[in-house]
Write a protein that binds this ligand. Structure first.
Ligand code: PLP
Length: 375
């Protein structure tokens, strides 16, 4: 049987990884500034993370739902404390798409409305709001016809209000910082006015922090740079440092009831072991602080490159915008300099999403490579 060929792959076969580095089957070492679509938060094969997962698999392994799992409670408590959302409730699932799908469902149940507003170049996984960061019209079509999604330009609050006034919108979904699209971000004024407008028109505000969450932008959640409190926050990616896990943080104004949401794999013991380890490591190793320190250094070094037209994003979720497409440069970085980086829908943007454990000396390796390539 062949693989269903739906995305291109680089010709690299990783066999081992540690910290910010990945080894391939030819024993070449790569600096990982991409973390497999931003999932590596605490570094590859962190010893505490590995030990906890190993212990879990040797004892209870994958047992999933329908029985008491105190690890879910521990995870919710630690996540509440570290994120500042202690009074929200947590629903666990297994991916970013699933988290968003559940968030949209909750919004629809809660408001008895069905239309969704999302933003141009946003990306919310292959969900019924799987909209804008793709040019593929088959993905833009809503899965559930009743849950049509309207795409608006980012930062145009007048247009959002015009749609909300129609009183058929259950949710506005927005990323803290756009990932796949190319690192665009709502302004603080836009986020704050959006929060107010959603309250006024009884629409649920969903912050998709699947990529921008878990300390990546220098605060636990990217929306916390704008001093707002959304009704629902979705998480995944860095949450499990590579283990497939996702979650929905739900404000106390939503009432839980049996059967409202459900899952088979969500919150299983291994997923909890991975997620708890990540939170402990972020806290104990001050990784949010490290994110800010390294980000500052990285940006100050990048500012010396006149060929970088714009530095986008925050923390260690950074986009370098050039006035040319970066595809060839990414190939050079990976094959000639052994550095993983990411692309975006905006083909002129190079995405940098390293583990939050990264050090200045690793940044220097990238800076030197970029110097040689751009010269
Ligand atoms: N939301 C955002 C902001 C994402 O970047 C992604 C994936 O890239 C998703 C949702 C979907 O997550 P998953 O691929 O885990 O379904």
């Amino acid at each position: 049987m062949n693989l269903f060929n739906v995305y291109p792959l680089y010709d690299v076969t990783p066999v081992k990884a540690k910290g910010c580095f990945v080894w391939d089957d030819k024993d070449r070492i790569y600096l990982d500034l991409y973390g497999g679509h931003a999932v590596i938060s605490v570094g590859h094969s962190h010893p505490n993370y590995v030990a906890n997962l190993k212990h879990q698999i040797e004892t209870l392994g994958f047992y999933s739902n329908a029985v008491q799992n105190p690890m879910q409670v521990e995870l919710a408590e630690k996540l509440g404390k570290l994120s500042g959302y202690e009074n929200y409730e947590l629903f666990l699932c297994s991916s970013g798409a699933e988290a968003n799908e559940n968030a949209l469902k909750l919004a629809s149940f809660h408001t008895n409305k069905s239309r969704v507003i999302a933003f141009k170049n946003g990306f919310h996984g292959r969900t019924s709001a799987a909209v804008a960061a793709t040019d593929n019209p088959s993905i833009i079509a809503p899965i559930n016809k009743q849950q049509a999604t309207t795409i608006l330009p980012l930062n145009d609050i007048a247009l959002v209000k015009k749609e909300l006034k129609k009183d058929d919108v259950c949710a506005v979904i927005i990323e803290g910082i756009q990932g796949v699209g190319g690192l665009d971000e709502g302004t603080t004024t836009f986020f704050q006015e959006l929060e107010t407008a959603c309250k006024r028109y009884k629409t649920v505000l969903i912050l998709d922090e699947v990529q921008s969450g878990y300390g990546r932008t220098g605060k636990f959640f990217a929306h916390q740079h704008h001093n707002i409190k959304p009704d629902i926050i979705t998480i995944a990616k860095g949450m499990g440092n590579g283990f497939p896990v996702g979650g929905v943080l739900i404000s106390p104004k939503f009432d839980a009831s049996f059967g409202l949401l459900g899952t088979t794999f969500g919150g299983n013991h291994l997923a909890c072991a991975a997620s708890i380890s990540v939170l402990d490591i972020i806290k104990n190793e001050n990784l949010i602080e490290n994110t800010n320190t390294i980000s500052e250094y990285f940006i100050s070094e990048i500012e010396k490159f006149p060929k970088v037209k714009k530095i986008k994003g925050r923390g260690l979720m950074i986009g370098l915008e050039f006035d040319f497409e970066v595809g060839e440069m990414r190939k050079k970085l990976i094959y000639d300099y052994n550095i993983f980086t990411g692309g975006a829908k905006d083909k002129n943007v190079l995405r940098i999403l390293p583990p939050l454990t990264i050090k200045k000396e690793h940044i220097d390796v990238f800076i030197n490579a970029l110097k040689e390539i751009l010269d």
